[in-house]
Structure formats: structure tokens, C-alpha cells
Design a protein around this ligand. Structure first.
Ligand SMILES: Cc1ncc(COP(=O)(O)O)c(C=O)c1O
Length: 469
């Protein structure tokens, strides 16, 4: 555990008597820095519990004492969060004289919010009512619960490669096996999905579930076209697996026409839909939802009684007041306009830097938060991250099996139409070796803080200096 240096000064509790008695001054030394008496004290799940890779980068960035442009995660630009409206609605709630929102809520989720969502999904062609909707603590809770309900140890789950890192952690934490199938520019390769499904069926371990983020996927920005949606559904029906449609970016469309929901194309038996208000209203509010057959919803509700006893009630009321008050539509339009500007700024800088070089390719998403870059020849992009952070920017590198991939989140506040950074001269320096040294030339001073550098060194492999310009 790292103790915040800000808390290490002498405190009122740390007098000389404490020192004499051997009692460490409060905040200076904790006796809780270790672990339980033995790893065996934990269950198998507890021993091997997995977190999110991206969250790790985020918490690191949070600790650094200089700004790093975080092109890292699906975090909204804070300036676009509806502070004033939520403040006003919140004040109305607290001043209403009705304290019911401070009491326990129903585990199912607020009835009014579930009714609102059911109507929204009916408008999208899904014949549901409020009994098919439950509110979760963020979208990720829905994914976690589906893994909990469907997976026995070793059960294979097909995922898009790359995928949202928390989804992968959910599968592992529920002892499932991740079966990655490569993303293409038009979504997951369905023939490869079928190949994997047959392979695992042949081994006597049928695939239980595929998790897809079909619209403006995190982290590639790719949308699954209609034809592939239909093929995927057909596969799910023929081989009897569940499609978890995790779709939090769907409403953030800048251009083009939406594809139908997988949930709308299905007959209600093979698709579970998860989403969240994190991208359209606020991630801090932690309100998400699941839309599914009633049997699934009932299980989720029962499980929630022992997990968190339901989602924060004031947060749900606030979200509902926001929707009922007619603020959601204009907010989504405002966000789509703003993110479109950011996307265009980023794409035009990519054009300026790499337009002449067909070894660098990138996606041009019609919505959402992400752009995906592919570099050739093969490069260890994790190592490039070290260079980039020294220049004041963080991106998400591809994993060991996705060595040449870079994912850029365009939602950050730092990207504006006037762009605070120089042309993303993600300048590639030495194409003759397997190293592509990338200079990411943002207008931020180089990393000078020694403690920041050493903290970085713990998690980010450094590339040989000879390859760094
Ligand atoms: C694809 C995807 N699914 C789910 C989530 C989780 O949403 P929430 O923050 O509401 O838990 C995210 C958040 O980044 C995401 O990108």
C-alpha cells in the first residue's frame, strides 16, 4: 500500500508518548499494509481476483503530480457533464419535503425508471415491459452478474479481441475461460466465432456466452453491421449460447444510421442487454440497467439482495428526473456534437501525421469514444506507452497478442477542435527495426518529477534509450 505523502506529516495524535510507547503516529504507519495470514485463507476466486488493466493506468495517472493527457478510457469530458441540471434536480429532490428517496429502495430498481426504460426499448422495437428491466449499479454490474449466473469453472466465453478490460476481468473472476475472436473493421469475425463454438463443443465444453459491445465498441470504435448481427443470432440459436449485448455507447452517434439492437432482432430467448447512463448522464452516478427475459431479471434481483441491496436510490431518482424532465434528448445531442468535434480533430491530426504512410491505419467511428490504430510492422505498443507518458500522454496499448495496436479515447477534455496538442505526431522513427519509436508530441513538458518516473517504471516497461529520439 502506498501512503499518500500528503498524510505523512506529524499529526496531533503523534506526540512523544506515542513514540515512547511504540505506537506509530496516526497515518504514519499502518499495521494493515500486509495481507491475511496466508493466501490459503482466500477462496480460489479471492486468491486470483482480477482487476481492470485500464483502471490500473487510471489510478496511476491520478497519483502523478503533473497532467498527462489520458487518451485511456471511456471517461466523458467533465465539461460535458450536466452539472447545473443535476444540481437543480437534486436540490428539488432534497427540498421536496419527501424523504422517501433516502430510505431503502426496491432491489428491482425504481419503478418509474424501469417504466421509462421499457418504453424507450419498445420504441427501438423490443417488446418489453418494466418486468424485463432491472437497474444495476453501473453497466459493469450487469456483466458481472451474467458471468456469475452463467459460468461454471472453466466455461468458455467468446469475446471480441480486443475487449473492454472489465469484461475480461468479470469472466476471469467467475472462473470462466476467455476465448478471444479477432475484431475486424466490420466487427467480430462470425466464421471464427463458429469455429471456436464448434471446437469447444467438440471438447465437451460448450460455449455458454458471447459478450459483444456491438456499437462503437470499446476500444476499437467499430459497429457490428446488420448482416453480422443476424449471423451471430443464428449461431446463438443453433448452438444455444447467450449473447450478452453490452451497448453503452449506442446513443452517442455522430453520423450514419443506427443498426437494430440484437435484442430487437431476437425472439427474447438468447439475448441479454446491458447498458448504463454513464456515457450519457454521468458515470459517477453509477446507474446502469439490464433488459432481459423475466427469468434472468428475477435472478438478478434475488442476487442483488446480498450484493448491495439495490442501486443508490437518490441516484436513480435523479436519473429519472433527468429523463422525465426532457433533458436526456438534448444532452445526448449536445454530447454527440461535442464528441464529433473531438473525433474530427483527432482524425484530422492522424491524417496530417500519417496520411502519407499506409503502414498506419485507424478507424473513423460514427459515434462513441474510441479510435483504433494499427501499426505495421509488428511493434510492442506497451513499450511505446513509456515514451508517450514521458511526453505527457497515455493511451491504451494492445496486449501481448495485439502487439501493434493502439487505442485512443477521444472523449477526453484535452481534445477540442483547436486541439491542445501538436499534430498527433505519433511520429514513427525507426521502421527498419521491430521498434517503432513513437514520439507523441503533446504540448506538455516532459516528465520531470522523480517520484512520478519511478512509479511509472513499476508498471510500464521502458524501451531501450537508443530507440528513443
Ligand atoms: C463497453 C463497456 N461496457 C460497460 C461499461 C461499464 O459502464 P459503467 O461505468 O456504468 O459500469 C463500460 C464503461 O466504460 C464500457 O466501456
Amino acid at each position: 500500500m502506498i501512503i499518500d505523502p500528503g498524510n505523512t506529516g506529524p499529526s496531533e495524535a503523534s506526540d512523544s508518548n506515542d513514540a515512547a510507547s511504540g505506537v506509530p503516529p496516526f497515518g504514519l504507519h499502518s499495521h494493515l499494509t500486509g495481507d491475511l495470514f496466508s493466501p490459503q485463507a482466500y477462496s480460489t476466486v479471492g486468491r486470483d481476483v482480477k482487476g481492470s488493466g485500464i483502471d490500473k493506468i487510471f489510478s496511476l495517472l491520478d497519483r502523478l503530480d503533473r497532467d498527462i493527457v489520458p487518451l485511456v478510457a471511456g471517461s466523458p469530458d467533465p465539461h460535458l457533464l450536466p452539472l447545473e441540471t443535476l444540481g437543480k434536480l437534486s436540490a428539488e429532490m432534497y427540498e421536496s419535503g419527501d424523504p422517501s428517496f433516502l430510505n431503502y429502495g426496491v432491489v428491482d430498481g425504481e419503478y418509474a425508471l424501469r417504466t421509462f426504460l421499457a418504453a424507450k426499448f419498445r420504441d427501438e422495437g423490443v417488446p418489453v415491459d418494466e418486468d424485463n428491466v432491472t437497474i444495476t449499479t453501473g453497466g459493469v454490474q450487469g456483466i458481472d452478474l451474467m458471468c456469475r449466473f452463467l459460468l461454471d469453472p472453466g466455461d468458455p466465453v467468446v469475446v471480441e479481441a480486443p475487449s473492454y478490460s472489465n469484461t475480461l476481468a468479470c469472466i476471469l473472476n467467475h472462473r470462466g475461460e476467455i476465448v478471444p475472436v479477432e475484431m475486424e473493421y466490420d466487427g467480430i469475425n462470425i466464421e471464427d466465432v463458429e469455429r471456436q463454438v464448434k471446437l469447444f463443443a467438440g471438447r465437451g465444453r460448450p460455449v455458454k456466452m458471447i459478450i459483444v459491445n456491438p456499437t462503437f465498441q470499446n476500444p476499437t470504435g467499430i459497429t457490428l453491421p446488420l448482416e453480422r448481427r443476424k449471423q451471430l443470432l443464428d449461431l446463438a440459436h443453433r448452438h444455444n449460447f447467450v449473447i450478452l449485448e453490452d451497448d453503452p455507447y449506442r446513443d452517442l452517434r455522430f453520423s450514419g444510421a443506427p443498426e437494430p439492437l440484437l435484442l430487437a432482432l431476437d425472439d427474447g430467448s438468447h439475448v441479454v442487454h446491458t447498458s448504463t447512463f454513464a456515457k450519457t448522464i454521468s458515470p459517477g452516478i453509477r446507474v446502469g440497467y439490464v433488459i432481459a427475459a423475466k427469468g434472468v431479471i428475477d435472478r438478478i434481483i434475488m442476487a442483488r439482495s446480498t450484493i448491495d441491496n439495490g442501486t443508490n436510490v437518490p441516484a436513480q431518482r435523479l436519473v429519472y428526473a433527468f429523463c422525465r424532465g426532457g433533458y436526456l434528448g438534448p444532452q445526448v445531442e449536445r454530447l454527440a456534437r461535442a464528441y464529433r468535434t473531438k473525433k474530427e480533430a483527432m482524425v484530422s491530426q492522424l491524417e496530417a501525421s500519417f496520411g502519407h504512410d499506409d503502414r498506419v491505419k485507424w478507424t473513423n467511428p460514427e459515434g462513441g469514444f474510441f479510435i483504433w490504430l494499427t501499426l505495421e510492422p509488428e511493434v510492442v505498443t506497451e513499450d511505446l506507452l513509456g515514451y508517450a507518458m514521458a511526453e505527457g500522454v497515455a493511451f491504451v496499448p494492445g496486449s501481448a497478442s495485439e502487439r501493434s495496436l493502439i487505442f485512443l479515447a477521444l472523449s477526453t477534455q484535452h481534445i477540442t477542435s483547436a486541439c491542445l496538442f501538436r499534430p498527433i505526431s505519433l511520429a514513427i522513427l525507426d521502421l527498419s527495426t521491430t521498434w517503432l519509436a513513437m514520439r507523441t508530441f503533446f504540448r506538455t513538458p516532459p516528465l520531470t518529477n522523480a517520484s512520478a518516473s519511478s512509479t511509472l517504471a513499476q508498471v510500464i516497461p521502458t524501451a531501450p534509450a537508443a530507440n528513443c529520439l
